[in-house]
Design a protein around this ligand. Structure first.
Ligand code: NAD
Length: 297
């Protein structure tokens, strides 16, 4: 069944996600203030409209894929009154848990339905329609959104109430940031102690230190040929995005009184690295640790 979808935010992620909805036969009313994004959406078969309000007013489902929580809340405030009663709002942006809850509250107060549905899988996953969606909100709203999410994603998990999708996203990425820093420190220590990268990988990949950062995304060239380390740390997952997600995790740790010292430290480490290396893959943190440990790269 074809659904009328308002799609707000047609950037690196939103552009290809909207294109997949069009390909699956849905009518997409698309808005983004950037002309290049509008042109691409038009070429992909979406109906490009002049304002966010114009997209939301006609739609049954409004999907947002925006840079941050402030913009999501601004856009919600702008469009909620124009949308038809009972419109389903699905925010796929990565934002603070508190902002996600606030967005859902605003939508429900205006007579609508709302889900937070952040994703992992990056630009490649958005293009291939293989994203993982982590969804927070009511079960019946999840069921209503599922056919659309399955067009854009390979795995869709209903995590709990409003905000809990964002919680899953930042918990996962906090673990990823921590594990990449921990692994990189161990690699640099191994280098100092005469352990080659190959032998490090041979041992640790099947020992208790084994983790995804090592076996799928090894931060030094060689052991995992597809990892960004083999391609001059081209992202991949840019340091700027990891820094953002760790900042959201740090906010949630503080807001909820969690004694998350390692999470806060990882946020601080990436914050510093981001000042010089925002565009490099986040696994390049190993080069920063090596440099700070007194050797060239
Ligand atoms: P992006 O900057 O490429 O795209 C955001 C788009 O939103 C831009 O085109 C911008 O013009 C548009 N926009 C800004 N204000 C708007 C408004 N008021 N109305 C409509 N559009 C507006 O960012 P992205 O990489 O596509 O990321 C989008 C979200 O997805 C972010 O929250 C990010 O954290 C998250 N995310 C990104 C990745 C990734 O690999 N890029 C992976 C997972 C999650």
């Amino acid at each position: 069944m074809s659904t009328k979808v308002g799609f707000l935010g047609l950037g690196h992620m939103g552009g290809p996600m909207a294109a997949n909805l069009v390909r699956a036969g849905h009518e997409v009313l698309a808005f983004d203030p950037i002309p290049a994004a509008q042109e691409q959406a038009r070429a992909d078969g979406a109906t490009v409209v002049e304002t966010a309000v114009a997209a939301a007013a006609e739609a049954d489902v409004v999907i947002t894929m925006l840079p941050n929580g402030r913009i999501v809340l601004d856009v919600y405030r702008e469009v909620l009154d124009a949308a038809k009663p009972g419109t389903l709002f699905v925010d796929c942006s990565t934002i603070d848990v508190a902002d996600a809850k606030q967005a859902a509250k605003l939508a429900v107060a205006a007579g609508h339905r709302a889900l937070d549905a952040p994703v992992s899988g990056g630009v490649a996953g958005a293009a291939a329609g293989t994203l993982t969606f982590m969804v927070g909100g009511a079960a019946e709203d999840f069921a209503a959104a599922l056919p659309l999410l399955e067009v854009m994603g390979g795995k869709v998990v209903h995590c709990g109430d409003a905000g809990v999708g964002q919680a899953a996203k930042i918990c996962n990425n906090m673990m990823l940031g921590i594990s990449m820093v921990g692994l990189s420190e161990a690699i640099v220590l191994g280098e100092k102690l005469g352990l080659t990268h190959e032998k490090f990988f041979d041992v640790v990949s099947t020992a208790s230190g084994q983790c995804w950062s090592l076996t799928s995304y090894c931060p030094v060239p060689g052991p995992v040929p597809a990892s960004p380390a083999n391609h001059d740390y081209r992202p991949g997952f840019a340091t700027a995005l990891m820094t953002k997600d760790l900042g959201l995790a740090a906010n949630a740790l503080r807001d909820n009184g969690v004694d998350g010292r390692i999470g806060l430290l990882a946020a601080e480490i990436y914050e510093r690295f981001n000042q010089t290396d925002a565009g490099r893959d986040f696994s390049a943190i190993v080069t920063d640790i090596r440099r700070r440990s007194g050797e060239g790269q």
